[in-house]
Design a protein around this ligand. Structure first.
Ligand code: FAD
Ligand code: DHB
Length: 395
């Protein structure tokens, strides 16, 4: 097979890249190791920066987002006895949107397949070869067991943190900076109307808790748990008790309902650089991951892919090297900004382990930080600009 851009991974990065390339008249083929059903059912992020919505709108995949998504102009930060709102619009003039990654993925798969996009589902043994030559290839075994080779002009590694693309770049030219956090998030999707109009991020001595939502009838909630905790230890009753205790406030109560899904996600900050090697370009989680506090993972993926799509279009259609040569450095600026913000939000809101000798000191620092960030206009603006993504111009 021959194509212009071979894309590894059919998550948000790979799907959006194929859409952007198609709009610039460039052909691509996607290979994905999971089934279509699995990818469509995967539950992940929910908050999209205004700039991310603009990109999805510009490339024609946001019609349902505009009909069903919810614009949020602020967020609540909470600690025992206090819940304070930060108004994004007042602080920086921007908002965010709540619309599930699952829905974005569904919308993009439908649009790409209606346009005739070739997607190989359930492939195995994916490998990227000759990426440092002008004839890069993606090899894989298709769902029927046939060995396949895609010859391409460029390869986009959009295969997430556990993919093969990143490791294709020789270790000798790759730097990795990371932090593994001593906690994890237990997330649930529940069939119950949200008990709040805006997201709540809460610090409590038992651990962090968060209330998000997906629609008028579905809520998404999270609890800080130990990184080695097992979901089997968490009955629905124990989860709802934990959420109610950690988010308790006089005059407010949390409504519970049947849980549709529950899982535990470890937390790490990870950046691998550079994001390019020869004709291989990485985008999204394949190159970097952030802890979920601050909702940056999906947004970074969208920003990378817009930049990469424009860079490849400029090279393929106009013969210009400028944008592809700058891709890695330009993308990493936003990656580091979001990595810093996610680390900062995570550090402010997650309680240290019970046996941490500095626990009392650290908890007091967190409370002082929360007071500060919800009272000083400058600090509120820092949070609002970063949370809405307005801190750096979108590509
Ligand atoms: P992915 O979504 O990981 O997509 C990569 C795709 O490549 C997948 O479909 C995968 O199956 C495929 N693939 C992998 N290996 C291969 C291979 N060898 N060959 C072919 N295909 C391959 N972000 C937030 O902002 N908020 C959240 O609450 C949040 N929760 C998350 C929960 C979990 C469990 C995870 C894993 C991530 C979460 N994220 C969250 C991060 C966010 O979902 C990601 O940043 C986003 O999915 C990145 O998109 P991507 O397309 O780059 O990677
Ligand atoms: C959601 C996830 C996040 O990581 C976050 O910071 C806010 C909201 C969500 O799934 O809705």
């Amino acid at each position: 097979m021959r194509t212009q851009v071979a894309i590894v991974g059919s998550g948000p990065s790979g799907l959006l890249l194929s859409q952007i390339l198609a709009q610039h008249g460039i052909e691509s083929v996607i290979v994905e190791n999971r089934s279509r059903e699995y990818v469509l059912a995967r539950i992940r992020a929910g908050v999209i920066e205004h700039g991310g919505v603009d990109v999805l709108t510009e490339y024609g995949v946001a019609d349902r987002l505009h009909r069903e998504g919810q614009r949020h102009d602020g967020v609540y930060l909470q600690w025992p006895g206090e819940r304070r709102r930060i108004d994004f619009v007042e602080s920086c003039g921007h908002s965010v949107w709540v619309y599930g990654q699952t829905e974005i993925t569904k919308d993009m798969i439908e649009i790409r397949q209606a346009a005739g996009q070739q997607i190989f589902w359930e492939v195995s043994d994916t490998a990227i070869v000759d990426a440092d030559t002008d004839r890069p290839k993606v090899t894989f075994v298709d769902a029927d067991g046939n060995a396949q080779v895609i010859e391409a002009d460029y390869v986009a590694g959009c295969d997430g943190f556990h993919g093969v693309s990143r490791e294709t770049i020789p270790a000798s030219i790759r730097s990795v900076r990371q932090r593994i956090y001593p906690y994890a998030w237990l997330g649930i999707l529940a069939e119950v109307a949200p008990s709040t109009d805006e997201l709540i991020y809460a610090l409590h001595p038992d651990g962090f808790a968060m209330h998000s939502m997906r629609s008028e009838k579905v809520s998404r909630l999270y609890l800080q748990v130990a990184p080695d905790d097992d979901i089997a230890n968490w009955s629905d009753d124990r989860i709802w008790d934990g959420l109610s205790t950690r988010m308790a406030l006089d005059g407010w109560s949390l409504a519970s309902g049947p849980t549709l899904e529950k899982s535990i996600t470890p937390m790490r900050s990870f950046v691998s650089a550079p994001m390019r090697w020869g004709r291989l370009f990485l985008a999204g989680d394949a190159s970097h991951i952030v802890p979920p506090t601050g909702a940056k993972g999906l947004n970074l993926a969208i920003a990378d892919v817009k930049r990469l799509g424009l860079a490849l279009a400029s090279k393929i259609n106009d013969g210009s090297d400028d944008l592809i040569d700058r891709y890695s450095d330009d993308a990493l600026e936003r990656v580091w900004q979001s990595t810093h913000f996610s680390w900062w939000m995570t550090s402010m809101l997650h309680v240290p382990a019970a046996d941490d000798p500095d626990r009392d000191f650290l908890l007091q620092m967190q409370l002082t930080q929360l007071h500060n960030v919800t009272s000083s206009p400058t600090s509120m603006r820092y949070l609002a600009e970063n949370y809405t993504g307005a801190v750096l111009p979108w590509p």
